[in-house]
Design a protein around this ligand. Structure first.
Ligand code: ATP
Ligand code: MG
Length: 461
């Protein structure tokens, strides 16, 4: 870097330090960014994927501005090994497409470029300006929620529409410096979550930011700025205005990233959990056992993520909805004669339908979840062939894990849990003895003659 440029940066940095010491935050329109040159920050290119670097270099070579932005810069600074990379540029989507063969443009309203390298996708977004006019009916609903936000802009417009200062750092591939317009660099060093602009207004514009504040606080172990907390407390009730499909995506990010327990505590403390899962929150409030069970499940989920094991959202959803389902099942059984399993399946159907109004859960998760819940009474049956058949049920594993958690929380019989744990590792003979059925092949029942298989009709007939 040339001496003049270094001097320029030093002056910029000194200015900003004074600014911070006065406790004034940079505001929109306050001009130039603080540019942190490579020797003054710890973000190395080793933290970025080759594909992301390839995209940046090619844009740069073609004469465009090319920055990494958002979570990947934040996580690289914290040495958290980012996995997804967002690129911001002044090239339009069509210009990006012209540079990359492996590029697809997505989105109708606001077009983004996806550059694909095998399974990895690098998202390239053209700088956007904030089309925010709180009183403009065309852009926001009556609560102030932004409905449209689709104007191209420059980097110093793009930055102000981002959510938190820690998510608004731009890594410039031209000289490996970091551009900071909002004080995010220092906020990361100070481990705090600060919203850009007026927190009250920004939470109204997009209530999902409340969940994001909690998610980043839990993930990064940062403290949430007091003003942000206040804005969450004022606007938690706006969460149901968010489309249910978007809340499902957020649910996944909140609870499957390895910090589910801490995330839950924060959501619960700030009444956001009540808005996401009203029936669950009500039951947790009233039943200590359910509270313990929920926490055990969250800890279990975090442990699995840390061990690199798979987690399915249907398990935790089943946990959250278990008590409301169980209570409703008892009511349905009192109304009409049916088995416990049937009543659980019916109640699960009704409770899921209620829950969908807040968070839309895809069918591929609700169906196995209902099965997992309605299998629970089957574990009490430990003798006979029907009992033994449960081991081969396609939902056995999930239902068993669920039952063990219930038992650990004192909500299912511990002996029963031990029985089902033991039988899984027993030999065929031992297992037959456990279930008190004859050993395979010695049942005494004679096999009839083998049926001839019908030939399949030819495909083209
Ligand atoms: P992570 O990928 O770890 O979840 P992230 O910060 O990268 O975190 P993304 O959802 O990938 O989060 O979003 C990328 C960037 O887009 C963010 O860093 C932020 O600058 C901006 N952004 C995302 N969602 C919002 C929002 N609701 N309001 C304003 N800006 C947002
Ligand atoms: Mg990201």
């Amino acid at each position: 870097m040339c001496a003049a440029l270094r001097w320029y940066h030093q002056v910029q940095n000194t200015n900003l330090k004074t600014d911070e010491s006065l406790k004034k935050r940079p505001q929109q329109g306050s001009g130039k960014p603080r540019i942190i040159p490579r020797p003054e920050h710890n973000v190395t290119r080793r933290e970025f994927s080759d594909s992301a670097l390839k995209v940046l270099y090619r844009l740069h070579k073609a004469g465009y501005q090319a920055f990494l932005v958002g979570g990947c810069v934040r996580d690289a600074m914290l040495e958290l090994h980012p996995k997804d990379f967002d690129v911001a540029t002044d090239a339009t989507p069509d210009e990006v497409k012209a540079l990359f063969r492996n590029c697809r443009l997505i989105g109708r309203r606001f077009r983004l470029a996806h550059v694909r390298f095998g399974r990895e996708v690098i998202e390239v977004a053209t700088f956007r300006a904030a089309a925010i006019h709180e009183h403009d009916d065309h852009h926001s609903d009556e609560e102030g929620r932004i409905l449209r936000d689709n104007v191209y802009g420059t980097i110093d417009e793009d930055v102000w529409r981002r959510d938190f200062t820690c998510n608004a750092l731009y890594y410039n591939i031209a000289d490996f410096s970091i551009w900071d317009y909002t004080g995010g660099f220092e906020d990361i060093e100070q481990e705090r979550i600060v919203l850009i602009g007026d927190p009250e207004k920004r939470m109204r514009e997009d209530p999902v930011r409340m969940l994001r504040a909690i998610r980043f606080a839990a993930k990064l172990d940062f403290e949430i700025d007091e003003k942000v907390i206040r804005a969450i407390d004022h606007h938690a009730h706006l969460l149901p205005n968010v489309p249910a499909a978007r809340l499902f995506d957020e649910f996944l990010k909140l609870f499957q990233a390895g910090n589910a327990e801490r995330t839950f505590d924060l959501l619960y403390d700030h009444h956001l959990f009540d808005e996401m899962f009203p029936a669950t929150a009500k039951e947790i409030e009233e039943n200590k056992e359910f509270w313990h069970f929920t926490r055990a499940a969250l800890q279990n989920t975090d442990r699995r993520v840390q061990e690199g094991k798979s987690v399915t959202p249907m398990f935790l959803l089943g946990v959250f909805l278990w008590w409301p389902v169980k209570e409703l099942a008892a009511i349905r059984r009192a109304e009409e004669k049916m088995s416990e399993s049937q009543s659980l399946a019916l109640a699960a159907y009704e409770i899921v339908a209620q829950q969908q109004r807040r968070i839309s859960i895809p069918k591929r998760f609700t169906v196995p979840m209902r099965e997992m819940l309605s299998l629970q009474p089957r574990f009490e049956l430990k003798r006979g062939k029907r009992a033994m058949k449960l081991l081969n049920h396609r939902r056995f594993r999930a239902a068993y894990d669920f039952m063990v958690l219930l038992a650990d929380a004192g909500l299912a019989d511990k002996e029963t849990a031990k029985f089902w744990t033991d039988v899984q590792t027993q030999s065929a003979a031992e297992r037959a003895a456990s279930f008190e059925v004859g050993q395979p092949g010695t049942s005494g029942k004679k096999r009839g003659p083998r049926r001839r298989r019908r030939r399949k009709p030819a495909q083209n007939q």
